[in-house]
Design a protein around this ligand. Sequence first.
Ligand code: SF4
Length: 720
Amino acid sequence: MVVTGIAPSIRKLVLEPYVQPPEEILPGQDTWYASTCRQCPAGCGIIVRVINGRAKKIEGNPLHPLNQGKLCARGQAGLQVLYHPDRLKNAVRQVGGRGSLQYEPLYWSEALDILTEKLESLSTPNRVAFLGGLLPSHLYILSTRLLNSIGAESPIIYDLHSALEGRYSTLKLSETLFGSPELPIYDLANAEVIYSFGANFLETWMSPVSQSHAYGNMRQGQFGGRGFLVQFEPRLSATAASADEWVPLKPGVEGYVALAIGRIIVEERLGNVGSHRPYAGLYQNIDVREMAAASQVPAEDLNRLARIFANADQAMAIPGGGLSGQSNGQASMLAIQTLNLLVAQFGKVGGIFLSQPGPTAAYRQNPKVDSFGNVTDLVDRMQAGEIDLLLVHGTNPVFELPASTGFAEAIARVPYVISFSSFVDETTMHADLVLPDHTYLESWGHEVPSPGSGKPTVSSQQPVVRPLYDTRSSADVFLAVAKRLGGEAAKALPWTDEVAFLQELADELHGSSLGAYDATTSNSFWALWRQYGGWWTEKEIPREPDLSAIPQDPLPITEPVYDGEEQDYPFHLHLYPSVTLSDGRGAHLPWLQGAPDPMTTATWGTWVELNPETASKLGVDDNDIVRVISPYGELEAPVVVYPGIRPDVVAIPVGQGHQQYGRFAQKRGSNPVALVSAITDSESGSLAWGATRVQIEATGRKEILPRLESLAGEGRESIG
Ligand code: SF4
């Protein structure tokens, strides 16, 4: 049978009485199950209210050390992933050619046979590639084992969300400074002064719920003062709006500011001279006046900022987000992190530390994050016909990668593509076979949150409802395929199913004296593991980074490079992940589409933020449609006149512009990633997604953007 689209052609509604409920269910009574949110990589603990076998409400797990009972809008919207009308309901094969969306349902045994046969028929193991988003820890371990057992390379992990956070650059910086590629934990709750360079830590960066909670503690003055935050970034984010000062920097000059502050501290011997004396030589090439001129931040402001930072008892500087998307992102991050050396804040309360591996060492095989360079290498191999089988899980590269990478063309040259997506998105429509994973509310798993909290934590995931459809956990797919392959693959993945694997893993923590709970038997420990929503230590065990091998070379002054000549393309394009839609992965959920952006109150679309001065020069106002043109593409969207942005910067939220991805996402707004150049930071290999210049043209047309707080409520009629 050939079915067009995914939905059955005839809808039949069968009403059944709930006469034989599962044994754990009492009709009319709710049950709360603890699990892990998978709406972003943070790994917050959740509890889900289930009544009569139906998940009704998601809350934060109050016991979980990361989010401590809190949850963000994306976490709340997880129910709509589960009940989404456009979910794939079974394994399918695309029969009308790629992009036809003509699907033939398959029995799972057939689907597994195809995957097995494709792996067996590879002429050499390096002709298979696995491209994943930030996979849950258990899935990363199992997929890596499967691939490595047949001689293939580990999954390549890359998605737009991680790129916008600067996750890879942060790991690389930690490797340079501490000899270990880990994400640092910033003890915001106990900080007195925070200088955040580009890290929008209250909305989208790293672990926003736990960071918001900690920030609240800092602001409540529980340690004797209210805390002081300065946010350095070109556009006023919600974090900047909560700050005491917002310094609207031109993109790419963040490092200059940090270098100048550092130079002033060491030259004027501010604060604790003993702590910065060993690092004074790092600043020997820095001239404060030059940095002031290059950054457009007056020298008196730099002097004042240096004094505030050096004289605080607990000061920290955070590099991340927007600045990591510049061509000099790695050098800027180094300059900013080095400020923390000057005030000796590593391993201290109110400072920076690393997760303690401790008893969770068995869980340390966390997904690595690959550089953009690894992805472009893969694209080159696909283009050259060197990849016969491409597996894609948890990422949507056709939507997320700049068009200039050529991914969409390269995937056409891969003979067979398999997607594990629950939805038909822009990449899945190129897949020959789709093996839809369960949604996370129907799945088992575990996650080692990274960055975590001071308490080493393993967050557990369990099904809160029975799978609604004939989908299958990808972990179980890999285990079943390993059995079919036999030999080394079967040896590498010996578990009967993913639950057996997870139980074995959980058992390694059984008996630890550090845990918040323990049990006498493995079975009762496994029950507590699910009841608590994971395992964590009773007490905080912060780990001080090893600073013994800090490079002693003078800090480099690296100029930013932009793509697009200034006279043709006068504006810097500043992309930012939407607090609701993230990098676009939340665009299929109507709750998130309808949740207003905190700064503009806009919903259900793409908009272009212009400074009032810029808007006036262009002769445009709110809701006027402008054309944004880069050397790589163009888009049209209505204007939001926004005072919280530099006049030479244009900001566009990422997340809209899907061509596929369900009825609520597709054909809505525009994807600004299409404008982005594929230039990279030569030091880290990261995509310099913030280094593109654009020009703006008025079109003379208007479109009312739905906004919660537009003056006369205009635009509400266009919601939907
Ligand atoms: S921060 Fe991420 S993991 Fe935490 S609740 Fe929000 S979406 Fe879920």
